[in-house]
Design a protein around this ligand. Structure first.
Ligand code: ZN
Length: 212
């Protein structure tokens, strides 16, 4: 199946250029809403939930939720969900993305914000291509979470009735496109003090030392 790679790249560049660090997702939420509508998603299919009112740290806006009715032969199939997060780590404030050959690079000395504007690009491109190509699909929920980077708050506070109880969900975040994680053992919580240079845990895991 073919899709418009240029349009997908343009969307990613657009989302990378909008500052939206964790807890301050109002602007990227508006940009995503505009891009979804330009991609053919009706305005009344897009809404913000009230998760931010139930998150115990200041959060500008709720999760962005899109409800795509099923189409064609698959319209009665069980609902599935595609999710991502729309915040970045604070290191990304001020990023200036630029296309350089086959790469997108940063002209500013900040982190770029591919985590997770790439996920935003995937979900908006999915919606736009489904609309443009008029493809059959089951009912789909798109979920763009807030405050993932500071405690998974958007995902923890979303109401299952707001996402219409999908039977399956695909989360787009981090790592290689060829890696798929299909399960996890759960969570364990402990407190540590970390000494060393500030860095992103995903890319420089050895930058500090840990004293439990
Ligand atoms: Zn992420």
């Amino acid at each position: 199946m073919s899709f418009d790679i240029q349009a997908a790249t343009d969307r990613l560049m657009r989302f990378l250029a909008v500052e939206g660090v964790t807890g301050k997702e109002a602007a990227i939420g508006r940009e995503l809403t505009a891009a979804l509508q330009e991609g053919g998603v009706p305005a009344d299919a897009i809404r913000l939930d009230d998760a931010n009112t139930r998150i115990p740290v200041p959060t500008e806006t709720g999760n962005l939720i899109v409800d795509l009715p099923g189409r064609g032969a698959m319209h009665n199939q069980p609902r599935i969900m595609f999710m991502t997060h729309m915040d970045t780590v604070p290191l990304c404030a001020g990023a200036k993305p630029k296309v350089a050959g086959r790469k997108i690079v940063n002209q500013a000395k900040t982190a770029l914000g591919g985590d997770n504007r790439c996920g935003c690009g995937v979900l908006v491109t999915l919606a736009a291509e489904l609309a443009k190509q008029k493809l059959d699909h089951p009912p789909i929920t798109l979920l763009f979470c807030v405050r993932e980077e500071s405690g998974l708050w958007g995902a923890r506070r979303v109401k299952t009735q707001d996402i219409r109880s999908p039977i399956m969900a695909f989360n787009y975040d981090g790592g290689s496109a060829s890696n798929v994680t299909i399960g996890a053992v759960g969570a364990d919580r402990w407190q540590v003090e970390i000494f060393g240079r500030a860095s992103h845990a995903g890319s420089r895991r050895s930058a500090g030392s840990v004293r439990p």
